[in-house]
Design a protein. Structure first.
Length: 297
């Protein structure tokens, strides 16, 4: 499933075409994806302008003229393809093959862009684990999808003090706490492994052991907050890791996966200067965890 950098990369790829465009028509080619489409889905979008395209956690949010928000989740294999006039921005040289079968184009948005271009955005999803819905903007924060989502990791809200507040007294493993979407939104398995390696923190230690008393920051929580932001931002700038079924909206390949320090490198040498220890893989909550047993304590 795409992680936060991949979703943000897709948002940036879609924004120049989708943001500000008039939705002239919507083709809905099946009644459901992971969930049924909302009632009168195409009618509620047709003739409306998408004023802004943002992200919350791993969700894409399109503000629609009239007060509703188009909520889109990529699931396991969802991807967008942009066609502008006679130009197709299609999947290219990816780490793993993408579906090019148009029978999996479940939704197509026909757009009139502010600069006079006409475009089509295709949503392709072979596994159909993604979904789309419409939610009134006024109800978004209290909606079941969003009411329990934690803080965003890229903003100023995430710092050493906030991590101490969130993790104080928690006996859960540090990696599990970082993956808890009710605490911090959008962090996934890959980038948590990478941020923990950069921070020199073991994924198995109790989360509360790095927290300061009464929510005070510690060296460990402050460094972890910084490494989380840096890891995510570097992945976004590299275009996302493009692992498995992920693709950018414009079909270009991100190369962040080639700089992974621990993820997927079981048995290989730790990249920290002077270490030389083999990267170890363990399973936590049915997910693979990669770490250096010497550098991470």
């Amino acid at each position: 499933m795409p992680e936060l950098p991949e979703v943000e990369t897709v948002r940036r790829g879609l924004a120049p075409t989708f943001q500000g465009a008039l939705i002239e028509k919507v083709d809905q080619n099946r009644p459901d994806l992971r969930f049924p489409f909302p009632e009168k889905f195409t009618q509620r979008l047709t003739g409306k302008r998408l004023s802004a395209l943002s992200r919350r956690s791993k969700y894409l949010l399109g503000d629609i003229e009239g007060g509703e928000v188009l909520v889109m989740h990529l699931g396991m294999s969802g991807a967008f393809r942009i066609e502008e006039d006679d130009i197709t921005k299609a999947p290219g040289n990816f780490a793993h093959a993408r579906s090019k079968d148009t029978k999996h184009d479940h939704v197509v948005f026909h757009l009139a862009c502010p600069d006079g271009r006409h475009a089509r955005i295709h949503y392709n999803d072979p596994r159909r684990f993604g979904f789309m819905t419409l939610i009134p903007r006024a109800d978004l924060a209290s909606h079941a999808l969003f009411k329990d989502i934690g803080i965003e990791p890229l903003g100023n809200e995430l710092d050493g003090g906030r991590i101490s507040e969130l993790f104080g007294g928690k006996k859960a493993p540090l990696k599990a706490a970082l993956l808890d979407q009710k605490l911090i939104a959008g962090l996934g398995n890959i980038y948590v492994c990478e941020a923990l390696w950069r921070s020199g923190l073991s994924p198995t230690r109790a989360a509360g052991t790095i927290a300061g008393k009464n929510g005070r920051p510690t060296r460990r929580t402050s460094e972890l907050a910084g490494h989380i932001r840096d890891t995510l931002n570097e992945a976004i700038e590299a275009g996302g890791s493009s692992l498995r079924d992920h693709t950018q909206a414009d079909g270009t390949l991100g190369y962040f996966q080639h700089s992974f320090a621990v993820y997927g490198r079981e048995g290989e040498t730790c990249r920290k200067a002077g270490c030389g220890t083999a990267i170890k893989r363990i399973v936590q909550s049915n997910r693979s965890t990669f770490y250096c047993p010497s550098c991470q304590r």
